[in-house]
Design a protein around this ligand. Structure first.
Ligand SMILES: C[S@@+](CC[C@H](N)C(=O)[O-])C[C@H]1O[C@@H](n2cnc3c(N)ncnc32)[C@H](O)[C@@H]1O
Length: 251
């Protein structure tokens, strides 16, 4: 819940900063999972396409969409496919906003995928990437006193056991045992190289990443969100967040 709420606030900030108020945007959500952000944006009036390769996730997203009013159902389409094949499904330049949240960690070679996403963007379009922070992998084992784990984590972004089982919308999901992580500097260079240079970045889950799974939210969850939101935009805190939210803009 914390993650989806923070990403929603950050994304809305970027959308408001870059597009005229009230404009219906064409949004592509690659690896949309159950469609938390996709549905939210469709409810906000945008035209949303969700691309997802997992049949169970597609079924869950379709079920969630079926429960929406007709006007919202009409604004969203769900396509089964691989995010590495966007060029097969869509024309270049056909979206204003492309989301790719929590997906790069499963992809061995992120650069071709990210380049394909950038090609889908119209001029001035926004690319929103949410990745596991490869610069801060020692934080979680270190804070729980796993010194060997922390030491090993400094020098790798390779596949490591995923620290959480409930990354997706606060709902327990099986993510598979191992995921990659990405470093800010590497992705910054990638985005510059594909014509969608980094404009803004945020940390997501600075303080709450070490909270045990299943812990009930506090009564003052708004204060928790205010702290996370502030930390996510403030140095040095954002640099050690569990996740990084990178926003590039197509030149
Ligand atoms: C951790 S979930 C994130 C879901 C959603 N984007 C969110 O932020 O809540 C990752 C999703 O990416 C999907 N996925 C992973 N690799 C993919 C690929 N190459 N193409 C399309 N979807 C992919 C998985 O099936 C899963 O539904």
């Amino acid at each position: 819940m914390v993650r989806q709420e923070l990403v929603a606030r950050q994304l809305d900030e970027q959308i408001v900063a870059r597009f005229p108020v009230g404009r219906r945007l064409r949004v592509l959500d690659v690896g949309m999972g159950r469609g938390a952000q996709a549905l939210r944006l469709a409810r906000a009036g945008h035209q949303v396409t969700g691309l997802e390769k997992d049949a169970a996730m597609i079924a869950a997203a379709r079920e969630a969409l079926a429960g929406q009013p007709e006007g919202i159902r009409e604004r969203m389409r769900i396509i089964e496919g691989d995010g590495r094949d966007t060029g097969v499904h869509f024309l270049p330049g056909s979206f204003d906003v492309v989301l790719c949240h929590g997906v790069l960690m499963y992809v061995e070679e992120p650069d071709p995928l990210v380049a394909g996403l950038a090609r889908m963007l119209a001029h001035g379009g926004l690319l929103s990437l949410l990745v596991r922070n490869g610069d801060a992998l020692a934080m979680r084992p270190g804070l729980r006193g796993d010194w060997a784990g922390a030491l090993a984590a400094f020098d790798t972004t390779a596949r490591l056991p995923h620290p959480r089982a409930d990354l997706d919308a606060g709902t327990p999901v099986r993510l598979g045992p191992d995921v990659r992580a990405d470093r800010l500097a590497t992705l910054t260079a990638t985005l510059a190289g594909i014509g969608a240079p980094l404009q803004s970045w945020y940390g997501v889950r600075v303080f709450t990443d070490t909270v045990a799974d299943g812990t009930a939210p506090p009564d003052d969850v708004e204060t928790l969100l205010a702290v996370e939101e502030r930390a996510g935009r403030t140095d040095p805190y954002r640099g050690v967040a569990a996740l990084l939210h990178l926003c590039g803009v197509r030149g």
